[in-house]
Structure formats: structure tokens, C-alpha cells
Ligand binder design. Sequence first.
Ligand code: 13P
Ligand code: SF4
Length: 303
Amino acid sequence: TSLDQTLIERIAELKEEQNAVILAHNYQVPAVQEAADLVGDSLELARAAATIDTDVIVFCGVDFMAETAAILSPEKTVLLPAIDACCPMAEMVTAGEVRVLRERFPEAAVVAYVNTSAAVKAESDICCTSANAVAVVESLAAEQVIFLPDRNLGRYVARFTKKKILPWEGYCIVHDRMTADEVTAARRAHPGAEVLVHPECPPGVIDLADHVFSTSGMVRHACASPGREFVIGTEVGLLHQLEKRCPGKMFYPLSSRAVCVNMKKTGLPEVLAALEHLEPRVLVPEDIAARARVAIERMLNLP
Ligand code: 13P
Ligand code: SF4
């Protein structure tokens, strides 16, 4: 719309003035994806935050992603335009609970999915994302791995490793609701379509899928595949990137209920306001950030 166009122009001007970059997760609303300099999955956005050399990062996503950027780039101003955009899964485990697990399983390594608070990362040995979880677990010397907080990603990783995985019982409220019946119905409605799902889906959904990928992994696969039609088992915001990057192909959501309300809290007005006021800022206390940084950098330094 013309209002969007005005906002986008003003955002572009302020971005220059403030020496800022806009990073957006694949689940953001289309207008925000279009205003961003980079749209990606959690791993791509963390890597970008670690290497980009602007003064300001406007992080369009949820709090743990912006915290990760702030931890990796403490000298930058990191803005989270919708300050109340959180990830309920990240709140399902606390630093105190990790300490109790360490006492109970002293031999085990602790792998924290990036969907965790900075305080939980600080208690962990290494982080992972959906794009590298198996490689992260396999990189460890320990034979026992406490995996938190996502039980579905933990159990998915367990399919590919001989290590004993001890999954925490957290879950994503968006992906965990997807069902095997929805996959069966989607296959009936779209015979011939490939079914791509996120590893946060329950095991019964994963069993029936053709492939399991991170959000950007789905985009790469769909573009490269000879297939023309895809059923997408993740948050519906990804459909915008899929349609944009793979023109001419057809994408159907596995579940139309798969909406992450927290990812939808950021719109162009919030992005503009953040750039105007350099608020709301994400600040991670340096004592926690220093320990969390070790776990995140260990992940980023894997080959
Ligand atoms: P990706 O890292 O695959 O983009 O996933 C992030 C997320 O929040 C999934 O719900
Ligand atoms: Fe968190 Fe799930 Fe939303 Fe991803 S989709 S940010 S895991 S609630």
C-alpha cells in the first residue's frame, strides 16, 4: 500500500542516518521481510549479527534472537521493535533447572537450543539451532547429552546419534499442535506435493514427512528440488519467502493455525519507531553475556 511505501522510504532514510541494518526472521510479516536487509533462520541471523559492522541492528523477531545478537555484538545497539515479542518455549526452562540437571547428570554435556534465555545459555556447554542440532551433538565428547528445551527437536536428534539424549519437556506451541492426521489430509489434498516439516513438530508428523529442515533449509530445498508443489509444516510466515525465492512453485501450509503471534507483533510502524528513538534496546548483563557467548561461539565455530 502507499502507507507501507511511505514507511519503507522513511525507514530506509533513518537506516542510513543511524548506520543500521535490519535483520528479520523468516516468520515476520511480509512487509517487514521486504523492509529487511537480510531475512533468514536463527543460525543465519546469528552469523549475520556476529559479522555485520553497522552501529545498530534492528532485530525483527523474538527476544532470544535479539539477545543472541546483543551477546555476539556487545558494542552495537540492538533494537527489538516489539519489546514484548517473546518465545514461550524459551520460557519453559530456567537457569536454576539447568543447574539441577547438571548435578543429577554430572557426566552429561548440556546443549541449549538457541530458543532459550541468555541465563540458560550461560549454564550450557554449547548452543544449537534447528539447522545444526545433529552436528552440534555429534561434535561433543560426552556420551550423554542434556538437550533443552525442545523435546521434539531433542527426539529428532536422537534418531541420528548413538549418544544418549536426555530431552527436556519443552515444546513450541505452534509446531507441537501439528498432527499426523494433518499430514495425511494434506497428502490427500495435494498428491504429488513434497511434505517439508520443521524438527519442532511432534514425532508422528516427522515420521510422515518427506524432509525435515530449518526454515531456511526448506527454502533452499524447495528452490533446488525438481518438485513443483510443497506442503509446509512450519509457521505460515515462511510462505512469503518460499513464494518469493521459488517463483512458479506452489506452497500449501500444513496447518493454517500455525501462526506464531509473537512473530507477528512487529510491523513497519514498530520498525520505524525503533529507528527514530533507538529504543527498545536489548541489554544482556555482561556477566551472563560473557558465559552465554562461549556457548554460542562454540556453535558458530563448528566447521
Ligand atoms: P529456524 O531457526 O529454523 O528459523 O527456527 C526458529 C524458530 O523459532 C522455529 O519455531
Ligand atoms: Fe518460539 Fe515457536 Fe514462535 Fe518459534 S514459532 S518463536 S519456537 S513460539
